[in-house]
Write a protein that binds this ligand. Structure first.
Ligand code: HEC
Length: 145
């Protein structure tokens, strides 16, 4: 093989290897949200989001996780929820504890993850709307919904 031809051959092989490594890349736009969910939510709502029967509600196809309602879930994550749930006042008696330490960005990433998984299609969180919602969360009395 002539050296020029050999060089061309090597360049072609390397290009093919590079292009195939790109297409095998594991694309996951919700990596931080998924990780935060596993750290802060999964112990109750479970890895598949299905909850625990009458104790913990399912997040699958949830009326909370729709385009219209998802921003209000930010208040629920930061300040907890006591009961009754506005969408179902009969089933649950156990409160969800507040998670004061999560930042706005972390809450956004969690919501983008759960709002687009578990059969939900809420679309993406608007950070301005999220901050407005968080600064107008119901007070503790009102949070008993
Ligand atoms: C200690 C257990 C626990 C943890 C941790 C927890 N939750 Fe909950 N969650 C609950 C319970 C219990 C309710 C129902 C409360 C009620 O209605 O009184 C609830 C309700 C909800 C709801 C409303 C759903 C419905 O149908 O009522 C959403 C959405 C939700 N949680 C999301 C989250 C997210 C996101 C996280 C993590 C950031 C999280 N939860 C962490 C226990 C938990």
């Amino acid at each position: 093989m002539k050296p020029k031809f050999l060089l061309g051959f090597i360049v072609v092989i390397l290009s093919i290897a590079y292009i195939s490594s790109l297409s095998s890349c594991d694309y996951n736009p919700h990596r931080q949200g998924e990780w935060l969910y596993s750290q802060h939510c999964q112990s109750c709502h479970m890895a598949d989001g299905k909850g625990l029967g009458e104790l913990i509600p399912t997040l699958n196809e949830s009326p909370w996780l729709t385009t219209a309602n998802i921003h209000s879930v930010a208040c629920l994550i930061r300040f907890g929820i006591k009961k009754p749930d506005p969408f179902d006042s009969t089933v649950l008696t156990y409160p969800m504890p507040p998670l004061y330490d999560l930042s706005e960005t972390e809450i956004t990433n969690i919501l983008n993850y759960i709002g687009n998984h578990f059969g939900n299609s809420a679309g993406y969180i608007n950070p301005v709307k999220l901050n407005e919602t968080l600064s107008n969360c119901p007070n503790e009395e009102e949070r008993k919904w």
